[in-house]
Design a protein around this ligand. Structure first.
Ligand SMILES: Nc1ncnc2c1ncn2[C@@H]1O[C@H](COP(=O)(O)OP(=O)(O)OP(=O)(O)O)[C@@H](O)[C@H]1O
Ligand SMILES: [Mg+2]
Length: 276
């Protein structure tokens, strides 16, 4: 895909080092962040990545959640070996040739991953510097939940062109995502906007039920003056396909969830083109 012009350098906070050489070869680097765990970061990451791959881009996805890496499972990559070569660590290949790198690919399913602080930072750095992505149009980074040291180290190591923030409609989630947004701003990265996940459930009769409250994500986006990227409904198929290792945008493109992801990716692309 040749739609992306040149490699452009995102605005960088003072004191953040230059990106490693392998990272420089990726044209657009975006991260998916949330203030709270379990709101759908991984779901959003893999579906954004898959939607971009569907559009013909070369896409990589980096799972940086060391304690709960589940991107590989969500992409059907269980027990797929990864190789360290003289040219670096070669990512696994997921659907639509997406390049997938995760600590989850280096441990057996069910093995506990217990990392102490310094080891964590080191593991993240090794990851970032040694993965051989080749030339990519997009890298989607699934960040660990929260606003602690782990997401911070990743965001410092990989200069980002933008950050997508995921929330659910509940007050607590909104409060936490506001904190995450402030962290993004402090790092002088571009917030691409807010995705509200699990916004509503469509009953068999067609009625929309807003189980967790109404309009919180949109209101927060307005208050914080960032784009509202869209609402994603609750659909059991999301879980079903995720467990089968297929993002819903590939498994069921006409589903309302898949349509919501298409619009979200349109809005992300628009903003990245503007910034170019
Ligand atoms: N819109 C949705 N409809 C139905 N189920 C969903 C939806 N979004 C996410 N889920 C399910 O909710 C669970 C949590 O989602 P996910 O793993 O994406 O969250 P996360 O923010 O990455 O969590 P963690 O903080 O543990 O990494 C998963 O089982 C996922 O399949
Ligand atoms: Mg996750």
């Amino acid at each position: 895909m040749s739609g992306i012009k040149a490699h452009f350098t995102p605005p960088r906070a003072a004191g953040i080092p230059q990106p490693p050489e392998n990272v420089k070869r990726i044209k657009r680097r975006i991260a998916v962040m949330s203030g709270k765990g379990g709101v759908g970061k991984t779901t959003v990451s893999v579906n954004i990545a898959a939607e971009l791959a569907k559009r013909g881009y070369s896409v990589g996805i980096l799972d940086t959640d060391l304690t709960g890496p589940n991107v590989p499972k969500a992409l059907g990559l269980i027990d797929v070996p990864i190789y360290a070569t003289n040219e670096g660590i070669i990512p696994a290949e997921g659907p639509l040739k997406m390049k997938v790198m995760s600590l989850g690919l280096m441990v057996r399913d069910g093995d506990p991953v217990i990392w102490r602080g310094p080891l964590k930072a080191k593991a993240i750095q090794e990851f970032v510097e040694n993965v051989n992505w080749g030339d990519l149009d997009y890298l989607v980074v699934d960040l660990p939940p929260g606003t602690g040291d782990e997401p911070l180290s990743v965001m410092q190591l990989i200069p980002l062109h933008g950050v997508v923030l995921v929330t659910t409609p509940q007050e607590v989630a909104l409060m936490d995502v506001r904190r995450a947004l402030h962290m993004v701003r402090k790092m002088e990265y571009k917030p691409l906007g807010i995705v509200e996940n699990m916004s509503y459930f469509v009953c068999p009769g067609g009625e929309k039920v807003r189980i967790f409250g109404e309009g919180g994500g949109r209101k927060l986006a307005e208050e914080e003056n960032v784009p509202f990227l869209g609402e994603i409904p609750i659909d059991p198929k999301v879980v079903e396909f995720m467990d089968r290792g297929l993002p819903i945008v590939l498994a069921d493109p006409e589903n309302i969830v898949s349509k919501a992801f298409k619009e979200i990716v349109d809005r992300i692309e628009e903003q990245l083109i503007e910034a170019q």
